[in-house]
Unconditional design. Structure first.
Length: 425
């Protein structure tokens, strides 16, 4: 494909599309991706780029994995879709069974939805409605961590960090109590809220969109104990950390705890189709079972438990277990981290080199002095990474890598070398 073909596509795009998290007044034309296999994206002009961020953390095993494509094809021959209100089907039942078999202990029911934001919305609504069922409707304030990101729908925005993403919507967001990422701060917030506390929501071990902020396993355990003492549920948002990313199948398992609610998406289908799940304990589910229809959980989507997505997710989960992707991600992350440390980049230009499983991040000192998501170096860093054949998308001045499990040693080395050059250039 010629460059003129790329230009035509870009021109057509510019006339009709609005891209997510994109300032069209500043950002260059989007990458015209013609194909993707394994860890590589093929552009229209034939160039190959390593997908070092797993296409926004979704692509678990690599693009176009034959096992996932076969599961999609086979399921499409039998049942493409049916409403899930009043109907069921084998892929949804089997996926729920398998998720519960490998999820942290105590989770007993699965509510399917379509993306991470919605998985979080479901979690928040379940907990709030449960308090109403328990005749404690005043419990409607969630404790959330500073710097947290849980999605872009209104409930998810309310418990996420509002600056810089959600400030225009602040008047419409419900009250949430933000605590520093320390067990004492979370416990203090719960104590101060008292009978107004609805629960705690956190991204266990790694706060993704907030800048790959990482906490020790002990912090998650301490928050679990704080929730138990306060008698409120713990919601674990593992939309990003689930399915091996932190070196365990679920970050909660690495921390040795079980949440009351677990939110999953992104890697659930291996990045092939939109699918999400919210797992809850049996007592939470039981509080909604009644002869009174008003106690129904009135939430759903046209594509809830889409059979195609469920079938692919089953195949993806099988691959996670058979290939021990958690260990694989740990090896990938360790190789990238080692290269970065050997390069000696943890100095005045790049600081706070850190890793959890297959997630590696460093903080760059911004050239314009502005840190955070709006740091001015972002577009330059993305452009220079592409010049090196690597797709990176820094979170402000936070440069990170999270490649798929299929990334080869050579690809990991190229990712690490690109990060070194960006950090020292």
């Amino acid at each position: 494909m010629t460059l003129s073909g790329r230009g035509n596509l870009s021109a057509r795009d510019a006339r009709v599309l609005w891209h997510p998290y994109t300032q069209h007044g500043l950002e260059p034309e989007p990458l015209p991706v013609a194909a993707a296999h394994g860890a590589l994206l093929t552009l229209e002009d034939g160039r190959e780029v390593i997908d070092a961020i797993s296409s926004w953390w979704t692509c678990l095993h690599g693009h176009a994995h034959p096992r996932l494509i076969r599961a999609l094809h086979d399921q499409a021959q039998t049942l493409d879709h049916v409403l899930f209100a009043g109907c069921t089907h084998a892929p949804a039942v089997e996926l729920a069974e398998r998720l519960l078999d490998c999820a942290p202990k105590g989770l007993a029911r699965v509510f399917f939805s379509d993306d991470g934001s919605t998985a979080v919305e479901v979690a928040l609504k379940v907990v709030l409605q449960d308090w109403v069922h328990r005749a404690e409707p005043e419990r409607r304030v969630f404790v959330a961590l500073e710097g947290g990101y849980h999605g872009d729908t209104f409930g998810a925005m309310a418990v996420g960090e509002r600056a810089p993403f959600f400030e225009p919507f602040a008047p419409l967001l419900f009250e949430a109590c933000r605590a520093a990422p320390s067990a004492s701060a979370v416990e203090t917030a719960l104590n101060e809220l008292g009978a107004r506390a609805a629960g705690v929501i956190l991204e266990p071990l790694v706060q993704g969109g907030g800048g790959m902020r990482m906490q020790p396993e002990s912090f998650v355990r301490d928050v679990r104990r704080a929730c138990d003492r306060a008698g409120v549920p713990l919601i674990a948002d593992e939309v990003m950390t689930g399915f091996g990313r932190t070196g365990a199948l679920f970050a909660c398992q690495r921390a040795g705890i079980s949440p009351d609610v677990l939110c999953l998406a992104k890697g659930l289908s291996g990045g092939t189709l939109p699918l999400a799940a919210t797992l809850v304990t049996q007592p939470l589910f039981d509080d909604f079972v009644s002869l009174d229809r008003r106690r129904t959980f009135f939430h759903g989507h046209s594509f809830t438990a889409n059979p195609l997505g469920c079938a692919v997710a089953i195949a993806s989960l099988e691959l996670c277990i058979e290939n021990d992707v958690a260990e694989r991600f740990d090896l990938i992350g360790a190789r990238i981290e080692t290269t970065l440390r050997q390069a000696g980049i943890d100095d005045s230009r790049a600081t706070n080199l850190r890793r959890k499983g297959g997630i590696v991040a460093i903080d760059l000192v911004p050239r314009d002095g502005e840190a955070g998501y709006l740091a001015g170096d972002v577009l330059r860093l993305r452009r220079e990474a592409l010049e090196r054949g690597v797709l990176l998308r820094p979170l402000g001045n936070v440069l990170y890598a999270m490649p798929p499990a299929c990334a080869s040693e050579e690809q990991c080395d190229r990712i690490a070398q690109a990060m070194v050059e960006l950090a020292t250039g």
